[in-house]
Design a protein around this ligand. Structure first.
Ligand SMILES: [Zn+2]
Ligand SMILES: [Zn+2]
Length: 120
């Protein structure tokens, strides 16, 4: 089975996701914008049981109720997202994969909060 590996910039936190993602999608919400610093975020979603932390562990920030955003406590890289809204899933930012070219986003989420130039 294909495994996708990734981690933070300082390499203290590493993960592996097995198999194909459930989705690859851009999110334009303000919460993603603020917590990543990017104009929009591109998320790769996996079943939570297909994912393991292989080195270190993230710390989590609750940007909203029921939401856990994982980041590296050492270098600050935002890594993951979990929400009660999508139980059993863990989403990773595309830029933290070792091979981000493996994924292509196929949809845009929360377009109503998008910066106009970021939609196409
Ligand atoms: Zn780090
Ligand atoms: Zn978002």
């Amino acid at each position: 089975m294909t495994a996708h590996e990734g981690g933070c910039h300082c390499r203290q936190v590493r993960f592996r996701a097995a198999g194909a993602p459930k989705f690859v999608s851009r999110c334009h919400c303000e919460s993603c914008r603020r917590t990543t610093g990017g104009a929009f975020s591109t998320w790769v979603g996996f079943p939570a049981d297909a994912v393991e932390w292989t080195a270190g562990a993230p710390v989590f920030y609750a940007s909203s109720m029921g939401v856990k955003r994982g980041f590296c406590r050492s270098c600050g890289t935002p890594l993951s997202y979990e929400s009660d809204r999508w139980p059993g899933e863990r989403h990773f930012l595309i830029g933290v994969f070792d091979e981000p070219k493996a994924f292509t986003p196929t949809s845009d989420y929360m377009k109503e909060e998008a910066l106009a130039w970021a939609l196409h």
